[in-house]
Design a protein around this ligand. Sequence first.
Ligand code: OSB
Ligand code: MG
Length: 382
Amino acid sequence: MNKITSISVHLLKLELRVPFTTSFGTYKTLTRPFVVLTTEDGLRGVGEIPTLVDPVYKAESDTPAALTSLKEFVLPSVARFQAERGPIAGIEDLRSNYAWIKGAVFAKSGVEAAFWDILAQRAQQPLWKLWGGTRREIPVGVSIGGKTIDQILSLAENATGMGYGRLKVKIWPGFDVQVARALRERYPDVLLQVDANSAYDMTNWSALKELNAFDLLLIEQPLYDDDVVLHSEISRELRTPICLDESIHSLRDTRTAISLWRRNNALDRLIVNIKPPRVSGFAEAIEIARTCQAEGVRTWIGGMLDTAWGKAFNLNFNALDAIALPGDHFSPSGAYFEQDVVTEPLVSTNGVFTLGDGVSAGVTLDWAVFEGLSTPICEQCC
Ligand code: OSB
Ligand code: MG
């Protein structure tokens, strides 16, 4: 039934309506692979791979790396599996098939998302049901990245005006305390958190102690993108909880963090940002969410400036009651892209998105727009 007849990769060119600035740079145009799986009985599953154009966020989070991994290793591995062993029965088969490939988490996540889309269509169920979700009302937040306090305040004004009650803002050395202060003074009651995207090191992180004054929910990834140990050490000296983003690629990494924070008796000051593409897909992401919940570690779902297609998958994931905090699911400017790929925009009301009963992600891909924005890159026949 699930016999895949072809896997193709399309490269989409997407224009952000408002440039997005973080400690590693400013982005306006994105190029992004989408995986399209076609089955023998005519279903089409689609998975977005929310890469950035270069590897500044972390290794293999860039478009060229994801394309190379797909073309050279992941897609041929799936085709070989089918040729040797027959149709892929389920997600575990798919994951064990390409487990031999080290890394390539973004590339794998796109194939997995497309496969989930097929499974959900076949079951005629929403993804949130397949994943054991129970929550229908999803509180959501926004991530603000600006070069100046004025830009940030204007995006925050827009976001709070639309009803969002949770703001995350990008900071870096020399642009931190004044950002937190400006937002906290203007919005005394908003849930406020900051994200440094690895901009601090062991010589300058102590500036973050000054953030204690602003009642922040968390400080996201202050240190090195591949570090867990030093984060756990500085956490002992910060009142604000630390949230790991870049450093977590798997359930195993998550367990490492849990064991380090437990030694400090500080599991309430560890928070994990779960991005399914950064952990190779939703199956691993779900395990991370459940494990964290069992250990008293809070989690939330991060974003990568995904299109509404990718955001809809993440919103379905947010139906799990294991997810504790609001995620980065909406743009502070109202919409991320000049042109998105679904037929109806995702809408939230007063900072809450309501999940419906629609099949799979609950949104419809606009194939005409999708094809207009995309270039076919490669096709693997199975
Ligand atoms: O660190 O969370 C991050 C965007 C691109 C890369 C990394 C990050 C982000 C965001 C945006 O913060 C989240 C979103 O609104 O999708
Ligand atoms: Mg982050």
